[in-house]
Design a protein around this ligand. Structure first.
Ligand SMILES: [Zn+2]
Length: 277
């Protein structure tokens, strides 16, 4: 092999690795504090908050991070940050040996919940037909997902636990699947300052970045109003260091619970349908 060819090959491989980052390489190592917290998590608390990724549970590509918080360099309307799945079809593969039969059924039930309320279709991954798919694994602490269709294999992790607990709360699984559909968190929406106040002094050390606001024109709400009752909203005490609120609603909650994980709200359903159906 000539030296020129070798150099060209090295350059090609390094450039490729920048653009084709393996999904696993994007996962940040969770902190020991989070891992400890997850072991005895309270039933009103959500495991996805303590999962060590962006805003707790979003695994973002470097480009997504840049766009989400800094905005597009050239403002040409909405950036295609949260890519739609082709033909509303989301192939998924539950990793063998990662979950019990019951846990596997519970994950499938969560995909069915989203299919029931929209036109999207979760289908078992078939390597002969599908290029892009979600690999559902239970290999890491916490629960997290990549956001939107990334291309190729992408990760959604649910740490195995008892049904109804931690990452196996039914609507925490639905929450992660909604990230995979291309939706981010409600409490970071660009219009959030009209609806919530972020109380900095109650936030855990080094966790303020989880309350950054998304820049305009990057995330669309599809014309649907901010919703305290969204399954994508974080609870009042998310990332709290003193059990005091980090998020205070500025308007009436009208009977809904901020940060609930008991149902899909009407606006959650409306957003999914606006994006896909
Ligand atoms: Zn989330």
């Amino acid at each position: 092999m000539t030296i020129g060819f070798s150099i060209a090959l090295i350059v090609f491989v390094s450039i490729s690795s920048v653009f084709l980052m393996n999904a696993d390489d994007l996962i940040m190592k969770n902190t020991n504090d989070n891992i400890e917290h997850l072991k005895n998590i309270d039933e009103n608390d959500h495991a996805e908050i303590y999962s060590g990724q962006t805003e707790g549970d979003m695994v973002l590509t470097p480009l997504q991070k840049e766009l989400l918080y800094k905005g597009p360099k050239h403002r040409t309307g909405l950036v295609n940050l949260t890519r739609k799945w082709t033909n509303n079809e989301i192939p998924y593969k539950i990793a063998k040996g990662n979950f019990s039969w019951l846990q596997e059924q519970f994950i499938i039930l969560a995909t069915k919940k989203l299919m029931e309320v929209s036109c999207i279709k979760f289908v078992p991954y078939d390597e002969d037909y599908h290029k892009n798919y979600i690999s559902i694994v239970g290999q890491f602490a916490g629960c997290f997902s990549q956001v939107g269709m990334i291309g190729g294999r992408q990760i959604l992790n649910l740490a195995p636990s008892e049904i109804g607990v931690a990452c196996f709360k039914f609507y925490s699984i639905v929450h992660e699947l909604i990230h995979a559909l291309g939706f981010a968190h409600m409490h970071c929406a660009s219009e959030r300052d009209e609806y919530i106040e972020v109380i900095e002094e109650n936030i855990l050390a080094n966790q303020s970045h989880n309350f950054q606001k998304y820049s305009n024109n990057v995330i669309t709400q599809f014309g649907i109003d901010y919703d305290y009752g969204s399954v994508m909203h974080y609870p009042a005490k998310a990332f709290s260091k003193n059990n005091q609120s980090t998020l205070i609603p500025l308007k009436s909650l009208n009977g809904v619970e901020m940060g609930q994980r008991q149902r899909l709200s009407d606006s959650d359903i409306a957003r999914i349908n606006a994006k896909y159906c």
